[in-house]
Design a protein around this ligand. Sequence first.
Ligand SMILES: Cc1cc2nc3c(=O)[nH]c(=O)nc-3n(C[C@H](O)[C@H](O)[C@H](O)COP(=O)(O)O)c2cc1C
Length: 359
Amino acid sequence: MYECHENWTFIPYIKHYNAVCYANKEAKDQESFYQEHKVINMESPYIAVAPMIDWTDRHCRYFLRLIAPHIHLYTEMITTGALIHGDRDRFLRFDKAEHPVTLQLGGSSPEDLALCARMGQDYGYDAINLNCGCPSDRVQSGSFGACLMKEPQRVADCIGAMINAIQIPVSVKCRIGIDDCDDFSFLNKFIDDVSNAGCQTFIIHARKAWLKGLSPKENREIPPLQYDIVNKIKKKHGKLNIIINGGIKTIDNIKEHLPTLDGVMIGREAYQNPYFLTDIEKTFFGNTDILPREDIARAMIPYIEEQNRIHGTPEKSITRHLIGLYQGQYNGKKWRRALSEHRPIPQALESVMQIPPSL
Ligand SMILES: Cc1cc2nc3c(=O)[nH]c(=O)nc-3n(C[C@H](O)[C@H](O)[C@H](O)COP(=O)(O)O)c2cc1C
């Protein structure tokens, strides 16, 4: 798909979240090339699967990568406390097939976030994202997530500390507002303050969050989507990368946003109906090498065996992420039931391969 001049090398390179650039072989390094030529190939749109706790763990990301080679992946939110005091390797290790993959951090101490951002860089993540959008009680009690939107200067300090500590890009994921702080000037000030600290990329979930009275699930459903506010932010901050999130479920939804914004992030639809990502691959990346569902399922078998052998990971911890693979297909329910009953993939495939009686 990408054409290279013979003196140029094609390298996948994540810079400010635009996926691909061409680097001259003679350039000393990517950064100096960047400064000299300022070339980013924008033919590759930024499309990402959202960070989702308990869902986008490394097994899920490995599976999604088999389906969609061009899409950006995010970890679940990992708190600074977990990384500093817990089993760091368990939280951070990932398969190199997952690239490009961004580590999402939850925290509010600049020092801790800088330390954890460095850990993420050392583990090989492509970028770091700070969660300023999660409204759960647990996260609020730690004074991070969405409640940080009320403290833009603190977020700016956190971002500044992370940027100073690492060389990979740092971004923020936020809401359009929280509680009664939901007018445009509130969000605009947040973006102003945080971008002044060096953040170039904002992923904006186009809903406000209520910190009291709504569960996290309700906070993803009840506050209305307001895409116009995200577009207004982009108009005001044309140089920033503004990526929109919330309620994106179809190719047409994506086409609606890409002309005016810098990218889209898809959450629930990507998890519940992962084969949808193949439509994205075909439409936006010209990918004609799409694997059938069965091949994707079979390709997970050696991975499952390896994870079990090396880390003792139970098969069901991995196959639970495959439950949506046959979403909307004949026998899709049988597939779901087989995996829910923890049957191995070959057996689950047998049930799904049964021919419809009408044929
Ligand atoms: C199960 C689940 C877990 C989530 N965990 C996170 C998280 O760890 N970090 C985060 O920023 N957002 C999290 N979210 C929110 C999503 O990233 C996304 O913003 C939200 O689902 C809206 O996008 P959608 O309408 O495409 O699903 C989570 C959402 C779900 C459904």
